[in-house]
Ligand binder design. Structure first.
Ligand code: FA5
Ligand code: MG
Length: 381
């Protein structure tokens, strides 16, 4: 099903699969399908939509900030829980730390779930304005805008008292306004005109915090999170007299809007009908879909156990069907008099490259049924 990669090269460091995944380790939940994505570095390919977008964002920062932003794009995606969580003040009991949400290599090591994992170390090394681009990993639901591996770009900008003093504004307000101005300018640079809106939100590492949404295919699509950095993070690096802003862009989401790419799985396609449509440095290209092969819907119903989670179910489906699964959605749920809860999921199978045969889909579905029962402790109905 998936090429079993035995070693990957990450920024010049070779990681053998056995160093990362030990089958006897219950705290290791990195499947082969994910391991094989390590080291792919889509963001460093100049002819790939993710690389083209990254370069266009670099252009914006280079020309508007006189090249003050340093760029990092080959930091290893394998980080400590301290980097990924503690350093950015994620509370000890936060859901994002669970095996259900994050890929663990061992109890102290994860595949980074955001590029914010590098904020603190770069500040400690003395960097003050920087962009960090890389692949990030999350156990998540399955649909056209979510994928377990995607790319983020982190931006970070530290200000000194001279910067805000002459504005007469309070430092937090100064940083928040500068941040929004910077990101609105970036959106104009990338899209020209586009409908967008700011939404207030929460992150452990910023206050206030915002998300930017863009109107795409008749719906609002969240493309980035950002905010004014918590003072505690700056203090850790001796910057208590400063203020800073930070953002984390979802590169696939922005690229979907920019190039009109309808499904996030396409970014991983080797099909020439996809890859040949993009040229280095060309932002204006609209993707011409080469296929809308027919979908095939299969429903599966089961009584769940207490430990059941949707992410675990999606991981099982993805482990079997890989990129042939387009969407998994809960279509029915009820609890009977005995207190047993039943879920019915609809799985949408569709290849982006060819028509699937009935036989093939039935085979996938039957494997899903077997494995769900075996691994997730549920009772099929
Ligand atoms: C974060 O990851 C924060 N670290 C962002 C941040 C940085 C906030 C600095 C403040 C300061 P969030 O989990 O919302 O936030 O993810 C950021 C973006 O990644 C989202 O807006 C979305 O564009 C993208 N994203 C999230 N999950 C997925 C996914 N499964 N597939 C594709 N893109 C995703
Ligand atoms: Mg979010």
């Amino acid at each position: 099903r998936f090429p079993i990669v035995s070693a990957v090269d990450i920024g010049g460091v070779t990681i053998a699969r056995n160093d990362v995944v030990r089958d006897d380790d219950p705290t290791n939940n990195v499947p082969d399908s994910i391991f094989s994505k390590l080291g792919m570095q889509l963001h460093r390919r100049d002819k790939h939509p993710i690389g083209i977008l990254k370069n266009a964002i670099y252009d914006y920062f280079d020309s508007n900030y006189a090249k003050q932003f340093e760029k990092f794009e080959d930091l290893s995606p394998i980080v400590t829980t301290k980097q990924n969580f503690d350093d950015v003040l994620v509370p000890a009991d936060h859901v994002s730390r669970s095996l259900n949400d994050t890929y663990y290599v061992d109890p102290q090591t994860v595949l980074r779930c955001h590029t914010s994992a590098h904020q603190a170390e770069l500040l400690r090394e003395g960097h003050r304005r920087f962009l960090v681009t890389g692949d990030v990993y999350r156990r998540d639901s399955i649909d056209s805008t979510h994928y377990p591996v995607f790319h983020q770009m982190e931006g970070f900008c530290v200000f000194s008292p001279e910067d805000w003093n002459e504005s007469g504004k309070d430092s937090t307000l100064y940083a928040a306004e500068d941040l929004k101005k910077c990101l609105e300018g970036l959106a104009r640079h990338l899209f020209g005109g586009v409908e967008m809106r700011w939404v207030d939100t929460y992150f452990p590492f910023t206050e206030p915090s915002f998300e930017l949404e863009i109107y795409f295919k008749e719906d609002w699509l969240e493309v980035l999170g950002c905010g004014v950095t918590e003072q505690r993070i700056l203090k850790q690096s001796g910057l208590e007299n400063n203020v800073a802003w930070a953002f984390g862009l979802g590169l696939e989401r922005l690229a979907m809007v920019l190039f009109d790419i309808p499904d996030i799985r396409l970014f991983w396609s080797d099909d020439e009908r996809f890859t040949s449509q993009f040229k280095k440095g060309e932002l204006g290209v609209k993707f011409k879909p080469f296929s809308k092969y027919p979908p095939c819907y299969k429903d599966i119903s089961f009584w769940i156990s207490e430990s059941f989670t949707e992410n675990n179910f999606c991981e099982v489906v993805r482990g079997i069907a890989g990129d042939l699964v387009e969407e998994v959605k809960l279509i029915d749920s009820f609890t009977n008099k005995k207190g047993m809860t039943s879920h019915c999921y609809r799985i949408v199978f569709r290849s982006m490259e060819r028509s699937l045969t009935d036989e093939e889909v039935n085979d996938l579905q039957s494997k899903v049924r077997d494995e769900v029962q075996r691994k997730l402790n549920v009772e099929l109905r």
